[in-house]
Write a protein that binds this ligand. Structure first.
Ligand SMILES: Nc1ncnc2c1ncn2[C@@H]1O[C@H](COP(=O)(O)OP(=O)(O)OP(=O)(O)O)[C@@H](O)[C@H]1O
Ligand SMILES: [Mg+2]
Length: 256
């Protein structure tokens, strides 16, 4: 009986985590907390956060500066560890995993795109992508990844010969060449103008569609929300709202 009540309570808690039905969650966070510092100086970056992200979903994460977006993304990507609570990718427990396990998890499953592209300046676009393909288990050809982001004609250009948007698309190609299960992007258009930003977003949307990577994009630009299956808003280390988007639009259709 007691067990039944506990089960019902657990189900209620699960039901609070609104998500589309019929698809299994791949990321699961329960009671996730992350704090920095001690005593009066403690900063609570994440406070008791619950979240499910579904297989293949495109999620946009919005929220003011300091609300915990990067902290959450870094924990999901195995770059950072929570202070308490649960975080899992399928059957990989991320909370409490050791550094070797997190490194293997990142290498085998996750592609990252950050605001600054971090390409190696002495390598061409193709070589920057190749570097990741070489250590991946089932990579696509670097040329294929670069074609997916619309850069077939820039294969042998060095980063210094590419525009910011093109460099960021190389970074997207580098993230997707290993066919990641998850594509995690932290302000990928933060350093770009509107039109260039849209090209980068279409590259990310295409990777989500064609590689099937479960995709999370952090942005300050609420207009990007139109591209998402779901829009999560964070505030004060919590998720304050979740909206499902019945009518996902192409990046080109976004009005900024
Ligand atoms: N390494 C750290 N040491 C101490 N405090 C940190 C650290 N990283 C993040 N924080 C704090 O945790 C909180 C959440 O930070 P986080 O970077 O996740 O926010 P964010 O939503 O990504 O913000 P932004 O939009 O500015 O990138 C902030 O108050 C931040 O100052
Ligand atoms: Mg951030």
């Amino acid at each position: 009986m007691k067990r039944g009540i506990l089960h019902a309570m657990a189900m209620t808690k699960m039901a609070d985590v609104a998500h589309p039905t019929g698809v299994p969650p791949v990321f699961v966070a329960r009671g996730l907390c992350k704090s920095y510092g001690t005593g009066d100086a403690t900063v609570h970056a994440l406070r008791d956060l619950d979240l499910d992200i579904m297989q293949g979903e495109f999620v946009v994460l919005l929220g003011p500066s300091g609300s915990g977006k990067s902290t959450l993304l870094n924990i999901l990507g195995g770059l950072d560890a929570p202070t308490s609570g649960r975080a899992a990718w399928r059957d990989h427990e991320l909370a409490g995993a050791d550094e070797a396990a997190l490194t293997a998890y990142r290498r085998d499953h996750v592609g990252f795109v950050f605001q600054f592209y971090n390409l190696i300046p002495s390598l061409t676009a193709r070589e920057n992508v190749e570097l990741v393909a070489e250590i991946a288990r089932d990579p696509m050809q670097p040329e294929e990844a670069l074609a997916l982001v619309g850069l077939s004609r820039r294969l042998d250009h060095f980063p210094g010969q590419l525009s910011g948007g093109e460099q960021q698309r190389v970074a997207v190609a580098r993230a997707i060449v290993k066919r990641p299960d998850a594509l995690l992007c932290d302000e990928p258009t933060g350093a770009l103008d509107v039109e260039t930003g849209k090209l980068v977003l279409s590259a990310i949307a295409r990777a989500n569609r064609e590689v099937g990577a479960t995709t999370v994009v952090i942005t300050h630009n609420a207009a990007i929300a139109g591209m998402a299956d779901r829009v999560l808003r964070m505030g004060g280390g919590r998720i304050v709202s979740i909206e499902a988007n019945g009518n996902r639009c192409a990046p080109e259709e976004l009005v900024w």
